[in-house]
Design a binder for this molecule. Structure first.
Ligand SMILES: Cc1cc2nc3c(=O)[nH]c(=O)nc-3n(C[C@H](O)[C@H](O)[C@H](O)COP(=O)(O)O)c2cc1C
Length: 187
């Protein structure tokens, strides 16, 4: 595969175990510059990012735990421990928040696609810099207690927690289906 394409061929497998170093502030800025280059009908930039690193991850842990207790009062200790561990799985978390605006010209679906494309660019740029990254959501992304904890406004939505760090293990990527299974030619 040619060099340019190999930079674009991402996968989340190395992100199964991520440790320090995380992208520096300058590297994060470069990553977000690539995110901002995502296609965006009307240049609405219908998203923003929240960076969480260091001790703030422990505060997010507590928010996840409290949110889980509120959702499921009888939750078992093992599940709760998993929630507590989530924000600690990487040294940096970038929360991608979609912020859609009412527009006659640009439907909400296009704005959400633009936000998703920006999120994907965060993955691609992180990987291109040699970091591992994975895009996760789960119940916490849609939880009101988590939204309040992260100061997410009523017109905003969390579309992903992107976990970024240095892969600890050299795990082979999962095999991908053949591209021609997804292609037909209309003529
Ligand atoms: C919007 C979105 C949300 C996702 N949320 C989760 C999630 O909560 N849990 C999960 O295991 N994978 C989730 N994924 C999928 C992973 O990011 C990843 O793509 C998947 O595990 C396949 O691995 P790969 O990216 O290495 O091919 C999500 C993907 C997207 C686009």
């Amino acid at each position: 595969m040619n060099d340019a394409l190999s930079h674009l061929k991402r996968n989340s497998t190395p992100a199964k175990a991520l440790s320090e170093p995380a992208p520096s502030e300058a590297e994060l800025e470069s990553i977000l510059a690539i995110a901002l280059s995502a296609p965006d009908h009307g240049r609405l930039y219908p998203y923003r990012f929240i960076s969480i690193r260091g001790d703030a991850r422990y505060r997010l842990s507590e928010v996840f735990v409290q949110a889980t207790r509120l959702r499921e009062p009888d939750v078992d200790a093992t599940y709760l421990a998993k929630q507590r561990e989530k924000p600690l799985r990487s040294p940096l978390i970038v929360v991608v928040v979609a912020k859609l605006t009412e527009s006659e010209k640009i439907p909400e679906i296009e704005q959400m696609l633009a936000a998703g494309a920006a999120a994907h660019n965060v993955l691609l740029a992180s990987n291109a810099l040699g970091f591992g990254s994975v895009w996760l959501t789960g119940a916490n992304a849609y939880d009101d207690h988590v939204r309040a904890g992260l100061d997410i406004a009523a017109d905003e939505r969390i579309i992903g927690f992107i976990y970024i760090g240095t892969p600890e293990l050299n795990i082979p990527p999962r095999p991908l289906p053949a591209p021609d299974e997804f292609l037909s030619t209309w003529e």
